[in-house]
Design a protein around this ligand. Structure first.
Ligand code: FES
Length: 153
């Protein structure tokens, strides 16, 4: 199959990789770069478990072709903490008990970071609407909204 060579930055580190042209950004992260924090739920854009930031905007990594990422800056859950210092939203998920099994949590947190950065936090309803593409089978939705509210200050 045709393959391409590309360079991208993930969590501040530049990588040059050669991938099959059909490879998703999610598989690039998980299988080529060993960053397994981004989860594969549906692999079809329906669950949000694979949510990452691409140039600061949230994106479903399963729907994104790796070859489109030339020059992109990608942020995954592995890149949010500053050393031992958790990101404010990671700490808020702990404080608010906003997960049970945790499988959807990395995607929830990246989506929540985008929610805060883009200012969609004026009400619990607005947060819930923004987060509606991130499915939680444990039903932690109210606590997830509380966590985003806490981190938004
Ligand atoms: Fe990408 Fe479900 S794995 S949206």
């Amino acid at each position: 199959a045709p393959s391409s060579r590309l360079s991208l930055t993930v969590n501040g580190t530049r990588h040059t990789v050669t991938v099959d042209n059909r490879t998703s950004l999610l598989d690039l992260l998980r299988e080529h770069l060993g960053l397994t924090g981004s989860k594969k739920g549906c692999d079809a854009g329906a669950c949000g478990a694979c949510t990452v930031l691409v140039d600061g905007r949230r994106q479903n990594a399963c729907l994104t072709l790796a070859v489109r990422m030339e020059g992109a800056e990608v942020t995954t859950i592995e890149g949010l903490a500053d050393g031992d210092q958790l990101h404010a939203l990671q700490q808020a998920f702990i404080d608010q008990d906003a997960f049970q099994c945790g499988y959807c949590t990395p995607g929830q947190i990246l989506s929540g970071v985008a929610c805060i950065q883009e200012g969609h936090t004026r009400s619990p309803e607005e947060i819930a609407e923004w987060m509606s593409g991130n499915i939680c089978r444990c039903g932690c939705y109210p606590k997830i909204v509380s966590a985003v509210q806490q981190a938004a200050g």
